[in-house]
Design a protein around this ligand. Structure first.
Ligand code: AMP
Ligand code: MG
Length: 419
């Protein structure tokens, strides 16, 4: 009788042929070339988009010396210890400059943002003076140059203000507007096509027969892609049939820069998906030393990048956030995103065997003293989508980690940082 040799399985804690999360991320990154298309848009439409050009200041900001306070503009040479009196000869408002001269011993009333006259260099806050008619008596200690915002103090003409690859924030919109620039060049949006695979899947509106489930991955994928602001092509559910799968993949690759599928890449199905993907493009099948989300297919179909994500609903989200999100951000040309993880005390005990990097679903919260803490959501099965819904972060546990005692500091990746 032939000897039974067990096959490596997704449940094995150790496996020499597995790829680490880090290695997988690097292999993906090496294959990416950012798209180079761009378009010019009105400034407001550039919010949250990736800048394609360098923004260079055409002017000084501020454009002229102006007052930071409501008060009196004087010549600093008039400042004396304790107190001194100057004569008011005029008034300047923001947008309405004083056009006369200011001699020694004289001052003008000046409002915040108003141009400081050439002869003046210092502004005394109105709270520090005593006014009797046009005689302004200044009390207290004052420094030459105080309360004046100098021309070019923020930016000088010719300064680089923003670099290509920067994602535009509300502050940037204001900054660009302050330079008088009305239109900017932004990077082209990525086109991403996705579909679910599985004979058991039904779409919303269909009734369920025995053994069938609703397709939820298409909705989580839609949500995650929408947050990344890519152009989305939802191709629905494709049954586990060679021909249907081949047609769907070909169509997707013709329409999109990136093709994402869920399901069909675990050990049971991989062989035939493998065979078909080998025919269409260059796709590797990886067993990644991670939990959840071990099987991942990655490569190219025609000119499109291909991600074959696992089918389990939590695995889809974990692999998307860890592998697809960074890839899409790089393809879209963004270069300045911070990797947001933090060190937080975990109040839960976490059981873990060494061998795989784990992404436990966690809840960040504030304890009664206002300190940030984290706890796990409870059951961590890769099919329990509710664990993602009630979580607000991943707790990252390194491959070698063999469990966490309560009140240990752990590495946390908030969902908010993943977009
Ligand atoms: P697979 O990777 O195709 O073997 O699927 C693994 C598990 O995930 C199975 O229990 C599938 O029924 C489930 N699954 C696959 N695709 C989806 C989907 N689109 N929505 C919900 N569950 C799914
Ligand atoms: Mg399947």
């Amino acid at each position: 009788m032939a000897e039974f040799i067990p096959q490596p399985s997704c449940a094995d804690p150790h496996e020499t042929s597995s790829l680490s999360v880090n290695d997988a991320q690097q292999r993906i990154e090496q294959l990416l070339t950012p798209l180079n298309g761009w378009q010019k848009v009105a400034l407001r439409d550039a919010l949250d988009q990736v800048l394609q050009q360098t923004i260079i200041s055409p002017i000084n900001v501020p454009a002229y010396d102006n007052s930071a306070m409501d008060g009196y503009a004087i010549n600093g040479a008039d400042i004396k210890a304790d107190s001194f009196t100057v004569t008011q000869v005029g008034i300047a408002y923001a947008g309405q400059a004083y056009t006369g001269q200011v001699q020694a011993g004289e001052c003008i009333r000046i409002m915040t943002g108003a141009m400081v006259p050439e002869e003046c260099d210092t502004v005394i806050m109105q709270e520090h003076v005593e006014v009797i008619g046009k005689q302004i008596t200044v009390h207290g200690e004052h420094q030459l140059g105080q309360n004046v915002r100098l021309s070019g103090e923020d930016l000088s003409s010719g300064d680089t203000v923003l670099n290509p690859g920067h994602r535009i924030t509300p502050a940037d919109l204001g900054l660009i507007a302050s330079l008088g620039i009305a239109e900017v060049q932004i990077k082209q949006k990525l086109k991403v096509a996705f579909f679910s695979t599985g004979d058991e899947l039904r779409s919303l509106g269909d009734s369920l027969e025995k053994g069938q489930i609703y397709d939820s991955n298409r909705y989580t994928l839609y949500g995650m892609l929408k947050r990344l602001d890519v152009d989305i092509i939802d191709m629905g559910v494709v049954p586990d049939q060679k021909q249907a799968l081949r047609e769907a993949l070909l169509l997707a690759s013709q329409q999109a820069d990136v093709v994402i599928t869920s399901g069909g890449v675990s050990v049971g199905d991989a062989d035939y998906v493998k065979e078909m993907l080998a025919e269409l493009g260059q796709v590797d099948f990886w067993k990644i030393a991670m939990k959840p989300g071990r099987p991942l297919a990655f490569g190219k179909i025609n000119d499109s990048l291909f991600f074959g994500l696992p089918g389990n609903p939590v695995s889809v989200m974990v692999t998307f956030y860890q592998f697809v999100t960074p890839a899409l951000l790089k393809l879209s040309g963004e270069t300045n995103r911070l990797k947001r993880t933090m060190q937080i005390e975990c109040i839960s005990q976490i059981r873990k065997r060494p061998g795989r990097f784990e992404f436990q679903r966690g809840i960040l919260f504030e304890d009664e003293h206002g300190n940030s803490k984290v706890k796990i959501t409870g059951e961590q099965g890769s099919g329990i989508l509710r664990s993602m819904s009630i979580a607000n972060c991943f707790i990252l546990l390194e491959e070698q980690c063999d469990g966490i005692a309560p009140n240990t500091v752990v590495t946390v990746q908030p969902f908010a940082g993943l977009i």
